[in-house]
Each structure stands twice: as structure tokens, then as C-alpha cells.
Design a protein around this ligand. Structure first.
Ligand SMILES: Cc1cc2nc3c(=O)[nH]c(=O)nc-3n(C[C@H](O)[C@H](O)[C@H](O)COP(=O)(O)OP(=O)(O)OC[C@H]3O[C@@H](n4cnc5c(N)ncnc54)[C@H](O)[C@@H]3O)c2cc1C
Length: 293
């Protein structure tokens, strides 16, 4: 992978030989061990694993010897079902010798027999993987023209089952910005907003000709206004969801959305006068709207 001012060049090995491509933006959606994240040099700080688990879809020679549901023993926990043929194993003995080695039928069988104490053999296995409770989050979602989404950007225990939806929100957050071709402040929506949103505040993109939308947002301390060159105006929550959008010159519903999402937020230390929106064209081009790539 090579980054250039205007894009990213990629070279990879395929079964048909070397291949290459060039793109304006590269989004790494390649999972928790993301090669893109590593090649682009993202830091991935967090906590190491303390729990070691497997899940597998398999056949047993004597399935009746394994209790259905969740069974805890001194060695770990076996979750048998509720889906047919599906097992999850929580192994208290620590990590396997090689956490990067493919999961084999023999490994699953050994762990299952040790934890459960049941005299069973795995006769067929369609799919299996290991996972842990390691929790990590990239220091930034963007480095120049490389972005991350999904497990490539964050990993955590699968307990709670929120990883997939979190990744989808990443993608929804990213998609409309990458598709945008409007200017915001002195930059375009793709370069400027990524940096602005890292501040963790709401953003009002004000495309009204007279700064009307920014005027309505004056006093909402956790919202910053950025002038936009074209409609619609948008109120963007810190998580990237669009809380309100209105046609140029039409701010109907904006105050309701501001009150719903931003009214109860405590004022920032240092007050809001220099940070919050102000009415009219004077709100244009605040220095913070310049790209910080
Ligand atoms: C046991 C378990 C249970 C879970 N249960 C839930 C649940 O109930 N609900 C929930 O929301 N989430 C759950 N999750 C989490 C969820 O599975 C993940 O958060 C989600 O799959 C992440 O999606 P992703 O697209 O970011 O990454 P992945 O699903 O990992 O997809 C990445 C893809 O990139 C491909 N790839 C990687 N490297 C390369 C490369 N160099 N070249 C080409 N392709 C490559 C991989 O093959 C893979 O297809 C669970 C996870 C586990 C382990």
C-alpha cells in the first residue's frame, strides 16, 4: 500500500498473479487483525485477552452424552446449542500454544473433552474459530486517505453481541461523507469533517444563505457550526448520525432536534461563547474548520 496526496495505490498477490489498483480513499474493513490498519500505521491500544473461547459447528459421535444448554465445570464452560450442531467453549486454562494456527478438529475435540469430561468425539466440523475478550480501539479512524470501519477499528468481547451493529454504524457514518462533494469551511466534507468529528461534538452544517440555521443553534454549547456551500443543512450527532436535515433556507424542525440531542449537555469548561454557533455570516470560516489532515 502506498499513500499519495490524491489517493492510495494497492498491490496484492492473487491466485492469478500480482494485481494492483488505485483509489481516492481506502477503507479497511478487514476485521480485527486488519492488514490495512497495520500497513497504514494506526495505533491500536487496549487491553490484552484474559478469557479464551471457541465456537464451532460440528457433529459428535454421541451428542446425547453432552448436556444441552450451558454447563460450567472447573475447566471452563460448554454452551451446547440452542442452534443444532453449534458449540461454544470457554477455556479457563489460558491461550493455546499458537493463537494464530488454524483451529483443527483435534483441538476442538481435546478442549471439549477436557472441559466437559464427556466421552465424545468430533466426527465432522464445518467451521470453528477462537476469540477472546481483548478490547482495543484505534487512536484515530483516519490516517490521510486511509479509513477504518468495523472490527478493523475496534475489538471487544463478543458478549452482548454489539460488534456487528457497531461496524454498520461506522459504515453509515463514513458512507455519506465519502460520497459528499460539497465544501465545508475551506475544505471539502471528506477532509474537514473527519477531523472535526474527532472532537466529539455535534456539528451543524449551515447551508442557509443568511446563517439562519446557525442562529437557531446559538447557545447550544455542544454544537459547532460550519458553513457549507450547498444544501441541505445538516445537524450531525457526535456518533455520525444525521439528527436533522433541511432544504436551503428551511430550518423547520431544527430547534426540536437541537433540544432533543443537545439541550441537556453540560457546558464545556471555558464556556461556550467562543465555541458555540453565532447567527449570520459572521459564523463563517472559523479557524477550526480548516482541514487538519
Ligand atoms: C463468537 C462470536 C459471536 C458474535 N456474536 C455477535 C452478535 O451476536 N452480534 C453482533 O453484533 N456481533 C457479534 N459478533 C461480532 C461480529 O461478528 C463482528 O463485530 C463483525 O463480524 C465484524 O465485521 P467486520 O466486517 O468488521 O469484520 P469481519 O466480519 O471479520 O470481516 C472481515 C473480512 O475481511 C476479510 N479479510 C481480512 N483480511 C483480508 C485480506 N488481507 N484480504 C482479503 N480479505 C481479507 C476476512 O476474510 C473477512 O471476510 C460476534 C463475534 C464472535 C467472534
Amino acid at each position: 500500500m502506498e499513500q499519495h496526496d490524491d489517493g492510495v495505490a494497492l498491490h496484492w498477490a492473487s491466485p492469478d498473479g500480482p494485481e494492483h489498483a488505485r483509489c481516492a480513499w481506502l477503507v479497511g474493513c478487514d476485521g480485527g487483525r486488519s492488514s490495512i490498519r497495520k500497513m497504514a500505521g494506526f495505533a491500536f491500544p487496549g487491553t490484552p485477552p484474559s478469557q479464551f473461547m471457541y465456537q464451532a459447528v460440528l457433529d459428535l459421535d454421541h451428542p446425547e452424552r453432552l448436556p444441552r444448554g450451558s454447563t460450567r465445570t472447573p475447566e471452563g464452560v460448554v454452551m451446547n446449542g440452542p442452534r443444532p450442531r453449534w458449540l461454544a467453549l470457554h477455556d479457563f486454562s489460558g491461550p493455546p500454544a499458537d493463537r494464530n494456527a488454524p483451529v483443527t478438529r483435534e483441538e476442538i475435540e481435546g478442549v471439549l473433552r477436557r472441559i466437559s469430561g464427556a466421552d465424545v468425539r468430533v466426527t465432522a466440523m464445518d467451521q470453528a474459530n477462537r476469540f477472546t475478550d481483548s478490547a482495543r480501539l484505534v487512536d484515530t479512524y483516519r490516517r490521510d486517505r486511509v479509513l477504518l470501519a468495523g472490527d478493523a477499528a475496534h475489538i471487544h468481547s463478543s458478549a452482548g453481541g454489539q460488534g456487528l451493529s457497531l461496524g454498520l454504524v461506522d459504515a453509515a457514518n463514513l458512507g455519506w461523507k465519502l460520497a459528499g462533494d460539497r465544501s465545508v469551511g475551506r475544505a471539502d466534507v471528506r477532509t474537514s469533517l473527519f477531523a472535526e468529528m474527532a472532537e466529539g461534538e455535534g456539528i451543524l452544517l449551515d447551508a442557509s444563505p443568511d446563517g439562519h440555521a446557525a442562529g437557531l443553534a446559538a447557545g447550544f454549547t455542544r454544537v459547532r457550526c460550519l458553513p457549507a456551500d450547498a444544501g441541505p443543512s445538516m445537524l450531525i450527532r457526535p456518533d455520525g448520525c444525521i439528527a436533522w436535515a433541511g432544504d436551503v433556507g428551511d430550518a423547520e424542525g431544527l430547534v426540536d432536534a437541537l433540544e432533543r440531542w443537545f439541550a441537556s449537555a453540560a457546558p464545556r469548561p471555558g464556556g461556550f461563547q467562543e465555541r458555540s454557533c453565532s447567527a449570520g455570516p459572521s459564523s463563517s470560516a472559523p479557524s477550526r474548520s480548516e482541514p487538519r489532515t
